[in-house]
Ligand binder design. Structure first.
Ligand SMILES: Nc1nc2c(ncn2[C@@H]2O[C@H](COP(=O)(O)OP(=O)(O)OP(=O)(O)O)[C@@H](O)[C@H]2O)c(=O)[nH]1
Length: 312
């Protein structure tokens, strides 16, 4: 029956750290979405395109929905809420090893207002005994029903998830089931993007995300999320080598000292590992010129947010 070509948009929603980036990477098979052990690292909406024989899915990797705390938080929340209105299907990812908490309830409150099909993905099942999965599914279904009733859900859909699939994004368990459900949920449509296209984000933004990931990984907890990376120049030389100049923005002098490290040692390390990843991504030899600058309270400056690409 399903032999018509399908295409459309799928939003990936979930609390920070539940595995959204890992899921997209597993599905698309290339490292393009920032991954780190720190929560809330996915700030840009990176759109990935997955082209299969029977469908093309454009994944919107939303920033984790959470309550606004400062301006940057508001941007993230707005981006995620707008995304919900534009898509054909919503993937709600939860971490099976964590109890349902305020974060999940907050998201479910927003989901009940949409009339889009919602696929609940119970992620990280590789960390659980099989017997523990069914009670988790039941708990989520009961909680969602309760929230829909409390909110007097006006949506046309029933107060149920369309489908629930236990998965392991890391081990790629049950991902074929997910593809099947996506195919059912998507409307008939053309292949919008060329087959070899994986993301529609400009390369500069991806390069900035890769560098940002390296800074977060190498500084551990010493430099919080108060960093941004701006790729100021990216030029391909005649011999096809690529020259990249990028600036890491921090909020305080002390953070600048940490990122640079003793005699520049940490910055060198960040540069080396970033270069390796970027080389992999672009397939060319990379010259990376990295700078660190202090911009105080940059999180609350609208203009700067725009400059750095957080402009929706
Ligand atoms: N064991 C296990 N770990 C997983 C799985 N999926 C993700 N993880 C781990 O969970 C952590 C967070 O994963 P991410 O993919 O960065 O999470 P995210 O939801 O994109 O996080 P934000 O970008 O902060 O919103 C990483 O350490 C992943 O390796 C899984 O299926 N099993």
């Amino acid at each position: 029956m399903n032999n018509k070509y399908k295409s459309g948009f799928a939003a990936v929603i979930g609390r920070p750290n539940v595995g959204k980036s890992t899921l997209i990477n597993s599905l698309i098979g290339q490292k393009i979405v920032i991954m780190s052990d720190k929560p809330q690292t996915t700030r840009n909406k990176i759109t990935c395109v997955m082209t299969e024989e029977n469908m093309q899915v454009v994944f919107i990797d939303t920033p984790g929905i959470h309550k606004p705390m400062h301006k940057l938080g508001e941007h993230m929340v707005n981006a995620a809420q707008n995304t919900l209105k534009e898509v054909d299907v919503i993937l709600f990812v939860i971490d099976a090893t964590e109890k349902i908490g305020g974060g999940e309830r907050y998201i479910m409150k927003q989901l009940q207002a949409t009339n889009k099909p919602i696929i609940l993905l119970i992620n990280k099942i590789d960390l659980l005994d099989k017997g523990r999965i069914l009670p988790i599914i039941a708990a989520y279904q009961a909680e969602y029903k309760k929230i829909c009733e409390e909110e007097g859900s006006k949506s046309k859909t029933s107060n149920k998830f369309s489908t629930v699939i236990p998965i392991s994004a890391k081990e790629k368990d049950n991902l074929p089931e997910l593809l099947k459900e996506l195919n059912t949920a998507l409307p008939e449509g053309p292949q919008y993007f060329p087959e070899d296209m994986v993301t529609d984000q400009p390369e500069r933004l991806i390069v900035a995300e890769l560098i940002r990931e390296k800074v977060l990984l190498s500084t551990r907890d010493e430099v919080p999320h108060a960093i941004a990376v701006d790729v100021e120049e990216m030029t391909t030389r005649q011999n096809k080598d690529v020259y990249i100049r990028a600036t890491i923005y921090v909020e305080r002098d002390s953070q600048k000292r940490i990122v640079i490290g003793a005699k520049g040692s940490l910055l060198k390390q960040i540069g080396a590992s970033s270069r390796a990843d970027i080389q992999n991504l672009l397939g060319s030899k990379i010259y990376l010129d990295l700078w660190v600058k202090v911009k105080k309270d940059w999180r609350d400056r609208e203009r700067l947010l725009k400059e750095l690409g957080f402009n929706d």
